[in-house]
Design a binder for this molecule. Structure first.
Ligand SMILES: C[S@@+](CC[C@H](N)C(=O)[O-])C[C@H]1O[C@@H](n2cnc3c(N)ncnc32)[C@H](O)[C@@H]1O
Length: 406
C-alpha cells in the first residue's frame, strides 16, 4: 500500500489499523507493507516519531484506541507492531519515480491543491503504480476524472476506484522525472544460434492468418527458450559470445522498444503490439510489427511474434521520427527502472529498520538475561552464607549434645 501525501502520519497508521482489523476479521495472516510518503521532511519526521498529543484521543474510536494505542506521559502512540508496518519517506509525487506494484494507493486531500494538468499527471502516476485491479482512494472532494478510462468507480461517496483499464502514460507526461540521465549506447554483442525445438501449436494459435511470421519464446531473463519459423531473418546470430539474450540479438533501437514493451506486458499481463518498428532483415531496412504475449496457462514463456509490415516501404529520411520514438521508449524504460529502484530502496530501508528493531530486542533480552544472572548470583551467595550459618549451628548443637551426654 502506498499512502501518498501522508503528512504527519495519522492517515498511514489509520490504514495500517484498518488493514489489521480486516485481516483479523477474515482470519488471514498476510504481511502488509505500507509506504507512506510526503514532500515535507518535517512532517515525515513527526510521522516517524509516532508521538501524538493526548488531545487526539477523542478522534479515535474507543475500541480501536484500547487495542492499538499506548499512552506514555503526555503522548500517545500506536503499538510497535503497527509502527513496524509503515515505512515513511520523503518523496515528491510530481517529480520522483513512484512506488510500484501496489494493491492500493491512497492520496487524500492533496490533489485539490494542484492544477488540473498536474492532477492528471499525478493520477496517471498512481495508475502506473497500481497492480491490475488495485484500488485508488482519494479525498472526499477529489476526483479521478482525468484518467477515468483506466478506472472503474467503486464508491462515489468514498472516492474509491479500481484499476481496470489502460491509459496512455506518454500523454500525461507520467514518465517525466527531473534529473534523469539516459544511458549511452552500449557495444553490440552478437549471439550464436540456439538449438530450438518446436512449439508450433501455441504459436499457430496466436498468429492463425499471418503465415510467415516468426515466433520466439523467452523466459523472464530474456533468454530464448524456443523459436518457430525463420528467426534468422530478424535476429542477429552467432559470432563470438555464447548468449541467447533476445535483447542482444536485435538491433539496438529495436532492443530498447522491445524491452519496454516486454516489461509492460509482464506488468499488465496483457498482449502488447508494436507497429512500424524499423529494423534490418537480411541486411535490408524493413518495418516490423512485433506482438508480445505474456506467459499463460498454454505456455510458461513469453511469446514474441515478429512480422514484416507488408504495406510499408522505408523512407530514407525518417531517422528523425524514429529517433523521437526511441527517445519516448527510452524515457518509459528509464522511468520503469527508476520506479523499480525506488521500490528496492524502500524494501532495503524496511529490512534495515526490521534489523534495527530485532537488534534492539536482542539487546534488551541480553540485558534482562544479565540482570537475571546477577540476581541468581546474589541468591547463590545468600544460600552459601546460610549454609555456613547452618554448619556452625550444627557444630554448636553437636558440642552441646556431647556435653549433656558426659
Ligand atoms: C492537506 S495535507 C493531507 C494530509 C492527509 N493525506 C490527510 O488527508 O489528512 C496535504 C499534504 O500533501 C503534501 N504534499 C503536497 N505536495 C506534495 C507532493 N508533490 N508530493 C508529496 N506530498 C505532497 C503536503 O506536504 C501535505 O502534507
Amino acid at each position: 500500500i502506498w499512502v501518498c501525501a501522508c503528512s504527519t502520519g495519522q492517515e498511514a497508521y489509520s490504514i495500517a489499523i484498518v488493514v489489521n482489523e480486516c485481516l483479523k476479521n477474515a482470519g488471514k495472516n498476510i504481511e502488509v507493507k505500507i509506504f507512506a510518503t510526503d514532500i515535507d521532511e518535517k512532517s515525515i519526521e513527526i510521522a516517524s516519531k509516532n508521538q501524538y498529543p493526548k488531545s487526539i484521543k477523542k478522534e479515535i474510536p474507543t475500541k480501536l484506541f484500547k487495542k492499538y494505542f499506548v499512552e506514555d506521559g503526555n503522548h500517545l502512540s500506536v503499538l510497535p507492531e503497527i509502527r513496524k508496518q509503515v515505512v515513511f519517506a520523503k518523496h515528491d509525487v510530481s517529480k520522483s519515480p513512484p512506488f510500484i506494484k501496489n494493491d492500493m494507493v491512497t492520496c487524500r486531500n492533496m490533489l485539490i491543491y494542484v492544477n488540473t494538468v498536474l492532477q492528471d499527471k499525478i493520477l496517471s502516476t498512481f495508475h502506473f503504480s497500481l497492480n491490475p485491479d488495485g484500488y485508488l482512494f482519494l479525498g472526499s472532494s477529489e476526483t479521478a476524472h482525468g484518467i477515468k478510462q483506466g478506472l472503474t468507480e467503486i464508491s462515489s461517496k468514498w472516492k474509491i476506484f479500481k484499476k481496470s483499464g489502460v491509459i496512455n502514460y506518454a500523454t500525461f507526461n507520467t514518465y517525466n522525472t527531473q534529473g534523469r540521465v539516459v544511458q549511452a549506447d552500449k557495444k553490440k554483442t552478437l549471439s550464436p544460434e540456439a538449438p530450438l525445438t518446436s512449439v508450433e501449436k501455441s504459436f499457430n494459435k496466436f498468429i492463425t492468418n499471418d503465415l510467415g511470421y516468426v515466433g520466439v519464446f523467452i523466459d523472464k531473463m530474456y533468454t530464448i527458450q524456443e523459436a518457430v519459423g525463420n528467426y534468422r531473418q530478424f535476429l542477429e546470430l552467432p559470432d563470438t559470445k555464447i548468449e541467447l539474450n533476445i535483447l542482444k540479438m536485435v538491433p539496438k533501437p529495436v532492443s530498447i522498444v522491445l524491452n519496454t514493451a516486454l516489461r509492460k506486458s509482464w506488468k499488465e499481463l496483457k498482449t502488447v503490439h508494436l507497429t512500424r518498428i524499423r529494423s534490418k532483415k537480411n541486411g535490408e531496412d524493413v518495418y516490423l510489427n512485433i506482438s508480445i504475449q505474456p506467459p499463460n496457462e498454454d505456455h510458461p514463456f513469453t511469446m514474441i511474434v515478429f512480422g514484416e509490415s507488408m504495406t510499408e516501404i522505408v523512407a530514407e529520411n525518417e531517422d528523425h521520427n524514429l529517433s523521437m520514438l526511441a527517445e519516448t521508449h527510452h524515457g518509459e524504460y528509464v522511468f520503469e527502472l527508476e520506479a523499480e529502484l525506488n521500490e528496492t530502496r524502500t524494501n532495503l530501508q524496511m529490512a534495515v529498520e526490521e534489523m534495527e528493531t530485532t537488534n534492539e530486542e536482542l539487546q534488551s533480552s541480553n540485558e534482562e538475561l544479565l540482570s537475571a544472572n546477577e540476581e541468581l548470583q546474589s541468591s547463590n551467595e545468600e544460600l552459601q552464607s546460610l549454609n555456613e550459618e547452618l554448619h556452625t549451628l550444627n557444630t554448636e548443637h553437636q558440642l552441646k549434645i556431647k556435653e549433656l551426654v558426659e
